[in-house]
Design a protein around this ligand. Sequence first.
Ligand SMILES: [Fe+2]
Length: 420
Amino acid sequence: MSRPGSVSVSVDQLRPGVVCSHSIDDEGGILLLGSGTRITEQVIAGLVDRDVKTIDIHPSDLAAMTGGKVGGPRPVRKNGREVGFSGVWEENISLKELLVDRFEEPFNEKRTEVLQRGLLGAKARFDQLERMIVDREIHSIDSIATISDAYARAILDDYDQTVGVMGAAEAEHDISRRSVQMAVLGMAIGAELGFDGPTTLEIGLAGLLHDVGLLVMDPKFRDPSNSMSPAERWEYEKHPLVAKECLENLRDIPVSVQLAIQQVHEQYDGSGFPRALRGPRIHIYARILNVVDAYLHLISPASNRCGILPHDALGLMLHHAGRGIFDPKVIRAFLKTETMFPLGSLVELQSGAPATVIRRKSDDYAKPVLVNQDGERLDQTDPENTILRPLASCNLPQMRIPISQMPSIQWNLAENRLLV
Ligand SMILES: [Fe+2]
């Protein structure tokens, strides 16, 4: 509720470029913005970093600071209503509390089929939407939000299976499909971190839209694993800013999503691009998507190597997390999301038999739930069912990186360079 004589405005509704004619305090009376402060994206990012969701402004500043918008529903909307079904996307209700408990259930084949078909459908739909965004033919995020909405529902319905199916490596790099995967895994981490529905949906939106800038740039940049000259790399590193320009026509895109899109390639230690931001100056959505991007990059084939086994990719990320390149809180959440033997991946048991990882255990991310080739759940108190090592996928060539080799591996995330 706003204080007497002032109007409460969501930080998302602030319009960069205007100047506050009156000072703005937080609820405790501490100065947030002095009078004469120009609202910039950095100022808004600072408020978001401080977890300020609404501010009370002087009524005379209302029109200028919000462009006349105030109150009303949140920006992630569908057909004029909040997206989702009853209560699920309400603010301040953690999605984690709403996940359907399917711990005792096997992976459902029909659900796998629906998710895989959905990925193809979302890719086709998204290909079309991306082109319309680039051509500035759409002006609202509604049609894009329906894609993240559908996958957020899938996460609620079966978190483990959705992550397992959508987090699998693909043989070829494709921007649209990778963007959908980024959105889904990003939302899964958001749910693990305890975010509510509207916040989680915004992570999905940022994941879907983060690489739209590449569509208007030289096609050779669409696969970042291709080698680039220094001049080409300089050009490539502008793509988050180009994405922001492409999205300027979308009138209802939240500021937090715009910030995240520009910051997905910033690294927590300041080694990223385009602005070498570091630590909490990087929006939390971008810190989440950066971890997902790194994982998908490692498990996918590149021009000079095949994909890395999911278990070893995660191990490599944890090893390099010690350098401070990722937000530790996000890496921990990702580990809990995937487990040490990522969902959907194959392992070899002490008995020599193969098994598939199907579910997480809340109390032990080193020992996920396994099924044998007949889909039967394995008794993990039996020493024969202890995991011996990860196995390559049946469909893709994948390479191992043993723990002993990890210290000698040079990995430059910003340049997508991995020297094994
Ligand atoms: Fe990118």
